[in-house]
Design a protein around this ligand. Structure first.
Ligand SMILES: Cc1cc2nc3c(=O)[nH]c(=O)nc-3n(C[C@H](O)[C@H](O)[C@H](O)COP(=O)(O)O)c2cc1C
Length: 352
Protein backbone atom coordinates (compact mmCIF):
# COMPACT_ATOMS: atom_id res chain seq x y z
CA UNK A 1 0.00 0.00 0.00
CA UNK A 2 2.80 2.36 0.96
CA UNK A 3 4.54 1.62 -2.28
CA UNK A 4 1.43 2.39 -4.32
CA UNK A 5 1.03 5.66 -2.48
CA UNK A 6 4.69 6.47 -3.03
CA UNK A 7 4.30 5.74 -6.69
CA UNK A 8 1.19 7.90 -6.75
CA UNK A 9 3.21 10.82 -5.39
CA UNK A 10 5.45 10.48 -8.41
CA UNK A 11 2.45 10.23 -10.72
CA UNK A 12 1.04 13.44 -9.31
CA UNK A 13 4.24 15.25 -10.15
CA UNK A 14 4.14 13.86 -13.66
CA UNK A 15 0.47 14.70 -14.20
CA UNK A 16 0.85 18.29 -13.08
CA UNK A 17 4.21 18.56 -14.82
CA UNK A 18 5.47 20.40 -11.77
CA UNK A 19 9.21 20.75 -12.20
CA UNK A 20 11.01 21.35 -8.97
CA UNK A 21 13.73 23.55 -10.39
CA UNK A 22 13.44 26.78 -12.36
CA UNK A 23 16.38 28.26 -14.24
CA UNK A 24 15.69 31.94 -14.92
CA UNK A 25 18.12 33.90 -17.04
CA UNK A 26 18.84 36.97 -19.11
CA UNK A 27 21.46 37.05 -21.83
CA UNK A 28 22.42 39.93 -24.10
CA UNK A 29 25.33 38.40 -26.02
CA UNK A 30 24.76 34.69 -25.40
CA UNK A 31 27.18 33.81 -22.59
CA UNK A 32 24.48 33.31 -19.94
CA UNK A 33 22.42 31.35 -22.45
CA UNK A 34 25.32 28.94 -23.04
CA UNK A 35 25.56 28.38 -19.29
CA UNK A 36 21.85 27.60 -19.14
CA UNK A 37 22.20 25.09 -21.97
CA UNK A 38 24.98 23.39 -20.05
CA UNK A 39 22.95 23.42 -16.82
CA UNK A 40 20.05 21.68 -18.49
CA UNK A 41 22.38 18.96 -19.75
CA UNK A 42 22.74 17.96 -16.10
CA UNK A 43 19.52 18.79 -14.30
CA UNK A 44 15.85 18.66 -15.12
CA UNK A 45 14.46 22.18 -14.91
CA UNK A 46 11.97 24.61 -16.37
CA UNK A 47 13.77 27.44 -18.13
CA UNK A 48 12.53 31.01 -18.27
CA UNK A 49 14.30 33.65 -20.34
CA UNK A 50 13.71 37.23 -19.29
CA UNK A 51 13.73 39.78 -22.09
CA UNK A 52 13.34 43.56 -22.00
CA UNK A 53 10.17 45.08 -23.43
CA UNK A 54 12.17 47.55 -25.46
CA UNK A 55 13.86 45.78 -28.33
CA UNK A 56 16.92 46.65 -30.36
CA UNK A 57 18.74 48.61 -27.67
CA UNK A 58 22.54 48.69 -27.81
CA UNK A 59 23.62 48.51 -24.20
CA UNK A 60 27.27 48.45 -25.17
CA UNK A 61 27.15 51.61 -27.31
CA UNK A 62 29.05 54.70 -26.15
CA UNK A 63 31.20 52.71 -23.76
CA UNK A 64 28.23 50.79 -22.34
CA UNK A 65 26.45 54.04 -21.45
CA UNK A 66 22.87 52.76 -21.69
CA UNK A 67 23.62 49.84 -19.39
CA UNK A 68 25.02 52.27 -16.85
CA UNK A 69 22.07 54.64 -17.22
CA UNK A 70 19.62 51.84 -16.40
CA UNK A 71 21.61 50.80 -13.34
CA UNK A 72 21.88 54.38 -12.12
CA UNK A 73 18.10 54.72 -12.30
CA UNK A 74 17.75 51.63 -10.09
CA UNK A 75 20.36 52.88 -7.64
CA UNK A 76 18.58 56.25 -7.34
CA UNK A 77 15.29 54.67 -6.17
CA UNK A 78 15.65 50.90 -5.67
CA UNK A 79 12.28 50.56 -3.96
CA UNK A 80 10.36 52.18 -6.81
CA UNK A 81 9.01 49.82 -9.48
CA UNK A 82 9.30 52.64 -12.04
CA UNK A 83 13.10 52.58 -11.68
CA UNK A 84 13.32 49.15 -13.30
CA UNK A 85 13.24 48.65 -17.09
CA UNK A 86 10.04 47.00 -18.36
CA UNK A 87 9.99 43.27 -19.04
CA UNK A 88 8.63 41.80 -22.27
CA UNK A 89 5.17 40.78 -21.09
CA UNK A 90 4.39 38.80 -24.23
CA UNK A 91 6.58 36.07 -22.79
CA UNK A 92 5.22 33.94 -20.00
CA UNK A 93 6.47 35.42 -16.76
CA UNK A 94 5.98 32.54 -14.37
CA UNK A 95 5.46 33.47 -10.79
CA UNK A 96 7.52 31.25 -8.56
CA UNK A 97 4.67 30.46 -6.19
CA UNK A 98 4.96 27.11 -4.58
CA UNK A 99 5.77 25.35 -7.83
CA UNK A 100 9.54 25.40 -7.52
CA UNK A 101 11.64 24.40 -4.57
CA UNK A 102 14.85 25.53 -6.28
CA UNK A 103 15.49 28.54 -8.50
CA UNK A 104 18.78 29.12 -10.30
CA UNK A 105 19.39 32.68 -11.46
CA UNK A 106 21.82 33.09 -14.35
CA UNK A 107 22.73 36.67 -15.12
CA UNK A 108 25.39 38.81 -16.78
CA UNK A 109 27.28 41.38 -14.74
CA UNK A 110 26.95 44.97 -15.89
CA UNK A 111 29.13 47.64 -14.39
CA UNK A 112 29.78 45.30 -11.46
CA UNK A 113 26.03 45.03 -10.81
CA UNK A 114 23.31 42.59 -11.79
CA UNK A 115 22.13 43.31 -15.36
CA UNK A 116 19.19 45.72 -15.15
CA UNK A 117 16.47 43.56 -16.67
CA UNK A 118 17.21 40.65 -14.36
CA UNK A 119 16.86 43.11 -11.48
CA UNK A 120 13.42 44.05 -12.89
CA UNK A 121 12.32 40.46 -12.73
CA UNK A 122 13.62 39.82 -9.24
CA UNK A 123 12.13 43.10 -8.00
CA UNK A 124 8.73 41.77 -9.02
CA UNK A 125 9.08 38.17 -7.95
CA UNK A 126 11.74 38.11 -5.25
CA UNK A 127 9.21 37.88 -2.40
CA UNK A 128 7.92 34.60 -3.86
CA UNK A 129 11.32 33.06 -3.30
CA UNK A 130 11.19 33.28 0.49
CA UNK A 131 12.39 30.02 1.96
CA UNK A 132 13.28 28.53 -1.41
CA UNK A 133 16.67 27.25 -2.43
CA UNK A 134 18.30 29.85 -4.68
CA UNK A 135 21.51 29.52 -6.67
CA UNK A 136 23.30 32.33 -8.48
CA UNK A 137 25.49 32.05 -11.57
CA UNK A 138 27.10 35.23 -12.87
CA UNK A 139 28.93 35.76 -16.13
CA UNK A 140 31.24 38.75 -16.61
CA UNK A 141 34.22 39.67 -18.74
CA UNK A 142 36.52 40.01 -15.75
CA UNK A 143 34.90 41.99 -12.91
CA UNK A 144 34.25 40.07 -9.71
CA UNK A 145 30.70 39.42 -8.68
CA UNK A 146 30.23 40.77 -5.16
CA UNK A 147 28.02 43.63 -6.42
CA UNK A 148 25.76 41.16 -8.23
CA UNK A 149 25.49 39.01 -5.12
CA UNK A 150 24.53 42.12 -3.13
CA UNK A 151 21.84 43.03 -5.70
CA UNK A 152 20.47 39.50 -5.53
CA UNK A 153 20.27 39.54 -1.74
CA UNK A 154 18.60 42.97 -1.77
CA UNK A 155 15.96 41.81 -4.25
CA UNK A 156 15.52 38.29 -2.85
CA UNK A 157 16.29 38.72 0.84
CA UNK A 158 14.54 35.72 2.29
CA UNK A 159 15.80 32.85 0.16
CA UNK A 160 17.92 29.94 1.32
CA UNK A 161 20.96 30.68 -0.80
CA UNK A 162 23.18 27.84 -1.95
CA UNK A 163 26.52 28.30 -0.25
CA UNK A 164 28.51 28.71 -3.49
CA UNK A 165 27.87 31.14 -6.32
CA UNK A 166 29.37 30.30 -9.69
CA UNK A 167 31.36 32.95 -11.55
CA UNK A 168 32.16 32.41 -15.21
CA UNK A 169 34.46 35.01 -16.80
CA UNK A 170 36.67 35.34 -19.84
CA UNK A 171 39.56 33.58 -18.12
CA UNK A 172 37.66 30.41 -17.21
CA UNK A 173 34.97 30.42 -19.91
CA UNK A 174 36.68 27.67 -21.90
CA UNK A 175 36.16 25.42 -18.87
CA UNK A 176 32.55 26.47 -18.39
CA UNK A 177 31.01 23.00 -18.95
CA UNK A 178 33.27 21.44 -16.30
CA UNK A 179 32.75 24.33 -13.90
CA UNK A 180 28.97 24.06 -14.25
CA UNK A 181 29.06 20.28 -13.71
CA UNK A 182 31.26 20.66 -10.63
CA UNK A 183 29.03 23.41 -9.23
CA UNK A 184 25.94 21.24 -9.66
CA UNK A 185 27.68 18.42 -7.82
CA UNK A 186 28.94 20.70 -5.05
CA UNK A 187 25.43 22.09 -4.51
CA UNK A 188 23.83 18.65 -4.62
CA UNK A 189 21.46 19.84 -7.34
CA UNK A 190 21.57 16.58 -9.24
CA UNK A 191 20.30 14.66 -6.25
CA UNK A 192 16.66 13.84 -5.70
CA UNK A 193 14.57 16.59 -4.17
CA UNK A 194 14.02 15.77 -0.55
CA UNK A 195 12.21 18.81 0.79
CA UNK A 196 11.18 17.77 4.25
CA UNK A 197 7.45 17.79 4.84
CA UNK A 198 6.12 17.87 8.38
CA UNK A 199 2.71 18.03 9.99
CA UNK A 200 1.81 20.69 12.53
CA UNK A 201 -1.30 19.98 14.60
CA UNK A 202 -3.13 22.35 16.95
CA UNK A 203 -6.64 22.00 18.38
CA UNK A 204 -7.25 18.92 16.22
CA UNK A 205 -6.43 20.69 12.95
CA UNK A 206 -3.39 19.51 10.97
CA UNK A 207 -1.33 21.62 8.57
CA UNK A 208 1.36 20.44 6.17
CA UNK A 209 4.60 22.40 6.39
CA UNK A 210 7.87 22.36 4.47
CA UNK A 211 11.13 22.68 6.36
CA UNK A 212 13.96 24.76 4.94
CA UNK A 213 16.60 22.65 3.22
CA UNK A 214 19.21 23.98 5.62
CA UNK A 215 21.14 22.94 8.70
CA UNK A 216 18.43 24.56 10.80
CA UNK A 217 15.59 22.77 9.01
CA UNK A 218 17.36 19.43 9.32
CA UNK A 219 18.23 19.97 12.99
CA UNK A 220 14.61 20.83 13.72
CA UNK A 221 13.46 17.69 11.86
CA UNK A 222 15.76 15.62 14.06
CA UNK A 223 13.78 16.75 17.13
CA UNK A 224 10.50 15.37 15.79
CA UNK A 225 8.02 14.16 16.82
CA UNK A 226 7.55 16.79 19.49
CA UNK A 227 4.49 18.14 21.28
CA UNK A 228 5.06 21.46 23.04
CA UNK A 229 3.12 24.24 24.68
CA UNK A 230 3.51 27.39 22.65
CA UNK A 231 2.97 30.73 24.35
CA UNK A 232 0.93 33.53 22.86
CA UNK A 233 2.67 36.79 21.93
CA UNK A 234 1.37 40.04 20.46
CA UNK A 235 -1.65 38.54 18.73
CA UNK A 236 0.49 37.32 15.84
CA UNK A 237 2.75 34.51 17.04
CA UNK A 238 3.21 31.50 19.35
CA UNK A 239 6.62 30.65 20.72
CA UNK A 240 8.36 27.85 22.55
CA UNK A 241 11.89 27.67 24.03
CA UNK A 242 13.69 24.43 23.13
CA UNK A 243 15.98 22.91 25.73
CA UNK A 244 18.81 22.70 23.17
CA UNK A 245 19.95 25.16 20.53
CA UNK A 246 19.66 24.85 16.74
CA UNK A 247 22.11 26.11 14.08
CA UNK A 248 21.43 29.73 13.14
CA UNK A 249 21.65 31.77 9.95
CA UNK A 250 19.69 34.84 11.00
CA UNK A 251 18.40 37.53 8.66
CA UNK A 252 15.79 40.27 8.78
CA UNK A 253 12.78 39.01 6.81
CA UNK A 254 11.12 42.45 6.88
CA UNK A 255 7.68 41.01 6.27
CA UNK A 256 6.65 37.98 8.29
CA UNK A 257 4.12 35.77 6.51
CA UNK A 258 1.37 33.90 8.34
CA UNK A 259 2.60 30.32 8.58
CA UNK A 260 6.31 31.17 8.88
CA UNK A 261 8.12 28.89 11.30
CA UNK A 262 11.18 30.75 12.56
CA UNK A 263 13.93 30.48 15.12
CA UNK A 264 14.48 33.51 17.34
CA UNK A 265 17.97 33.47 18.83
CA UNK A 266 19.17 29.89 18.82
CA UNK A 267 16.44 28.05 20.71
CA UNK A 268 13.11 29.87 20.49
CA UNK A 269 10.75 28.33 17.92
CA UNK A 270 8.19 30.86 16.70
CA UNK A 271 5.10 30.01 14.69
CA UNK A 272 3.52 33.11 13.14
CA UNK A 273 -0.17 33.18 12.37
CA UNK A 274 -0.45 36.75 11.07
CA UNK A 275 1.35 38.61 8.26
CA UNK A 276 3.04 41.79 9.44
CA UNK A 277 6.21 43.89 9.17
CA UNK A 278 9.02 43.16 11.58
CA UNK A 279 12.48 44.56 12.24
CA UNK A 280 13.59 41.49 14.18
CA UNK A 281 16.05 38.88 12.91
CA UNK A 282 15.21 35.20 12.66
CA UNK A 283 16.56 32.00 11.16
CA UNK A 284 14.06 30.29 8.90
CA UNK A 285 13.01 26.80 10.01
CA UNK A 286 10.26 26.38 7.41
CA UNK A 287 6.68 27.41 6.68
CA UNK A 288 3.16 26.04 6.77
CA UNK A 289 2.23 25.30 3.14
CA UNK A 290 -1.28 26.72 3.41
CA UNK A 291 -1.91 28.79 6.56
CA UNK A 292 -5.67 29.10 5.97
CA UNK A 293 -7.31 28.41 9.33
CA UNK A 294 -4.02 28.52 11.25
CA UNK A 295 -4.96 31.56 13.30
CA UNK A 296 -8.25 29.96 14.38
CA UNK A 297 -6.56 26.66 15.26
CA UNK A 298 -3.90 28.34 17.38
CA UNK A 299 -6.47 30.51 19.16
CA UNK A 300 -5.81 33.52 21.34
CA UNK A 301 -3.93 31.93 24.23
CA UNK A 302 -1.21 29.40 24.92
CA UNK A 303 -1.71 26.25 22.89
CA UNK A 304 -0.40 22.72 22.59
CA UNK A 305 1.18 22.12 19.18
CA UNK A 306 2.45 18.82 17.79
CA UNK A 307 5.19 18.75 15.15
CA UNK A 308 5.85 15.44 13.40
CA UNK A 309 7.35 14.25 10.16
CA UNK A 310 4.82 13.79 7.42
CA UNK A 311 4.42 10.29 6.05
CA UNK A 312 4.80 11.90 2.65
CA UNK A 313 8.43 12.67 3.37
CA UNK A 314 9.53 9.08 3.62
CA UNK A 315 7.12 7.87 0.96
CA UNK A 316 8.27 10.47 -1.53
CA UNK A 317 11.81 9.33 -0.92
CA UNK A 318 10.77 5.76 -1.70
CA UNK A 319 9.24 7.00 -4.92
CA UNK A 320 12.47 8.65 -5.91
CA UNK A 321 14.32 5.38 -5.72
CA UNK A 322 11.78 3.84 -8.08
CA UNK A 323 13.52 4.33 -11.39
CA UNK A 324 11.08 2.49 -13.68
CA UNK A 325 9.76 4.93 -16.31
CA UNK A 326 6.20 6.18 -16.06
CA UNK A 327 4.37 7.14 -19.25
CA UNK A 328 1.21 9.12 -19.85
CA UNK A 329 -1.35 7.58 -22.20
CA UNK A 330 -4.58 9.09 -23.45
CA UNK A 331 -7.37 6.63 -24.22
CA UNK A 332 -10.78 7.86 -25.35
CA UNK A 333 -9.97 11.28 -23.96
CA UNK A 334 -9.01 9.91 -20.52
CA UNK A 335 -5.51 10.24 -19.12
CA UNK A 336 -3.91 7.10 -17.66
CA UNK A 337 -0.43 6.38 -16.40
CA UNK A 338 1.54 3.25 -17.13
CA UNK A 339 4.25 1.98 -14.86
CA UNK A 340 5.93 -1.42 -14.87
CA UNK A 341 3.19 -2.79 -17.15
CA UNK A 342 0.36 -1.66 -14.87
CA UNK A 343 -2.14 1.08 -15.78
CA UNK A 344 -3.30 3.59 -13.16
CA UNK A 345 -5.89 6.33 -13.26
CA UNK A 346 -4.87 9.82 -12.21
CA UNK A 347 -6.03 9.09 -8.67
CA UNK A 348 -3.30 6.43 -8.53
CA UNK A 349 -5.75 3.51 -8.50
CA UNK A 350 -4.73 0.42 -10.41
CA UNK A 351 -6.97 -0.05 -13.45
CA UNK A 352 -5.42 -3.12 -15.10
C1 LIG B 1 26.10 47.18 -20.33
C2 LIG B 1 27.20 46.22 -20.03
C3 LIG B 1 28.05 46.43 -18.98
C4 LIG B 1 29.07 45.53 -18.68
N1 LIG B 1 29.90 45.77 -17.61
C5 LIG B 1 30.88 44.89 -17.31
C6 LIG B 1 31.77 45.13 -16.21
O1 LIG B 1 31.66 46.12 -15.49
N2 LIG B 1 32.74 44.21 -15.95
C7 LIG B 1 32.89 43.07 -16.70
O2 LIG B 1 33.78 42.29 -16.41
N3 LIG B 1 32.05 42.82 -17.74
C8 LIG B 1 31.08 43.70 -18.07
N4 LIG B 1 30.24 43.47 -19.13
C9 LIG B 1 30.45 42.24 -19.92
C10 LIG B 1 29.46 41.14 -19.56
O3 LIG B 1 29.35 40.97 -18.17
C11 LIG B 1 29.94 39.80 -20.12
O4 LIG B 1 30.27 39.92 -21.48
C12 LIG B 1 28.90 38.72 -19.92
O5 LIG B 1 29.50 37.46 -20.14
C13 LIG B 1 27.74 38.92 -20.89
O6 LIG B 1 26.77 37.91 -20.73
P1 LIG B 1 25.68 37.67 -21.86
O7 LIG B 1 26.46 37.26 -23.10
O8 LIG B 1 24.82 36.55 -21.39
O9 LIG B 1 24.93 38.93 -22.08
C14 LIG B 1 29.23 44.36 -19.45
C15 LIG B 1 28.37 44.14 -20.53
C16 LIG B 1 27.36 45.06 -20.82
C17 LIG B 1 26.44 44.81 -21.98
Amino acid sequence: MKRIFAFFCTLCAIITGSAKTLVVYYSYTGNARAIVTELTNHISADVLEIQPAEKGLHYEANNYALGMQLLNAISAAPDNAASYPAIDESRAIARYGSTYSTVIIVTPLWWSRMAAIMQSYLFRTGADLAGKKVGLIVTSASSSISGVVADCKRLVPNANYLSDNLWINNSNRANMPTLVANWIDACGLNQAQTALQIKVTAAGKTFEATLADSETGRAFAALLPMTVTMNELNGNEKYHYLTSSLPTDAYQPGTIQAGDLMLYGNNCVVLFYQTFSSTYSYTRIGAINDPTGLSAALGSGNVSVRFEKSELTSLTRNAQTDSAPCTKVMENGVLYLKHNGTTYNVQGQEIR
